[in-house]
Write a protein that binds this ligand. Structure first.
Ligand code: NAP
Length: 323
């Protein structure tokens, strides 16, 4: 019989070296804030131009030098549908390289607790809703981001394999759509919520009376504030152990039309929203079943309205600095 990894639930040591891979990204920067707030005093981060995690030798040297005891892997090549669909080879190859290098180096360094971040795109396109963890590998993936999803699934499998072979108490978490400070608001490549914020804020700035969005507005999606995600990750590292990935979300969804209404209110847009129904809608609903997380004792705290207001403030601050 295989020996189970040794894990005792409880606080991680606040002065132990804790490496956040991808600490400047949306998820990684929120993790950094949450860990600093929780009292961690030895946080380690490297920008990609200081340490390219695709460089295997450099990654191993970094782990030998810094000897992290804890790691969150939030470094990845990330993008919207357009980018994923246009550059699948890059998304597959770069994410596999980053993951394999970090996970191999962490295993060699004997990292005690590691959390691998994936995303809800790992689940089958036609999965029943809400999506339970056990639906992984039960059907075909959404073709527009299957390359990215396969890389993430390989990461979950590697974490499980390290647990079995090397008995390290590593875990994986799969967040739903994230939003918040640090998000990507660029015209190309941004996700739906930052894209709406940008569009409505620009309409207000330009004095436009109408905003037109893609599709019918009826698809339903789930959104989690990135600060909640970061707290959930720390909670899991201190309380959860097991080979199965854990869904991280709110367990509730909104229609894109409702979301657009919240964004319009938050930016102060009083004009009319139109829907270009010649454009595709995508999957009707994507909602995670988060009962495993909530049963373990953690629930989200930031309501969507409040989170959107804060994100709009952050976006406007960035824009004013840029001008
Ligand atoms: N955004 C979402 O809605 C969402 C939802 C669910 C799950 N996730 C997961 O969360 C993770 C992070 O996503 P994110 O949204 O935070 O992405 P992000 O904002 O684009 O950040 C990605 C980070 O990865 C780093 N990185 C990329 N390539 C690298 C390389 N070759 N070497 C070193 N660092 C590299 C970047 O570093 P530099 O900034 O230094 O270049 C950046 O800080 C991903 O695994 C993603 O699947 C995200």
């Amino acid at each position: 019989m295989t020996e189970a990894p040794r894990f005792t639930p409880g606080p991680l040591e606040r002065d132990a070296p804790f490496y956040i891979a991808g600490h400047r990204g949306l998820a990684g920067s929120a993790l950094w804030r949450a860990l600093a707030k929780a009292g961690f005093t030895n946080l380690v981060g490297r920008a990609s131009d200081e340490l390219d995690l695709k460089d295997r030798d450099a990654t191993f040297a970094f782990f030998r030098e810094t000897k992290p005891r804890y790691v969150v892997l939030a470094a990845a090549k990330v993008g919207g549908i357009m980018a994923n669909n246009s550059y699948p080879a890059d998304f597959l190859s770069e994410n596999l390289q980053i993951q394999v290098n970090v996970l191999d180096a962490a295993q060699q360094a004997g990292v005690e607790r590691l959390l691998f971040l994936g995303s809800s795109c790992i689940y089958p396109k036609m999965a029943a809703q809400p999506i339970k963890e056990e639906y992984l590998l039960t059907g075909h993936l959404e073709p527009t981001n299957d390359a990215y999803a396969i890389a993430k699934i390989a990461g979950i499998l590697q974490v499980q394999a390290v647990r079995r072979q090397h008995h390290l108490a590593w875990i994986s978490a799969m967040p739903t759509n994230l939003y918040g400070p640090g998000d990507n608001f660029s015209a190309q490549g941004s996700h739906v919520l930052p894209a709406l914020i940008r569009r409505y804020a620009e309409a207000v700035a330009d004095g436009s009376e109408t905003v037109t969005n893609w599709g019918t507005g009826s698809p339903r999606r789930e959104f989690l504030h990135v600060d909640d995600m970061a707290e959930a990750c720390l909670y899991l590292m201190e309380h959860y152990d097991g080979p199965e990935q854990v869904n991280v979300g709110t367990g509730t969804d909104v229609s894109i039309a409702e979301l657009a209404g919240l964004v319009a209110d938050a930016v102060g847009f009083t004009g009319t929203t139109k829907w270009d129904t010649t454009k595709p809608d995508g999957t009707p609903q994507k909602l995670l079943d988060v009962s495993k997380l909530t049963d373990s004792g953690w629930s989200y705290r930031i309501p969507l309205e409040k989170g959107i207001t804060g994100t709009v403030e952050w976006y406007r601050l960035q824009e004013s600095v840029r001008q």
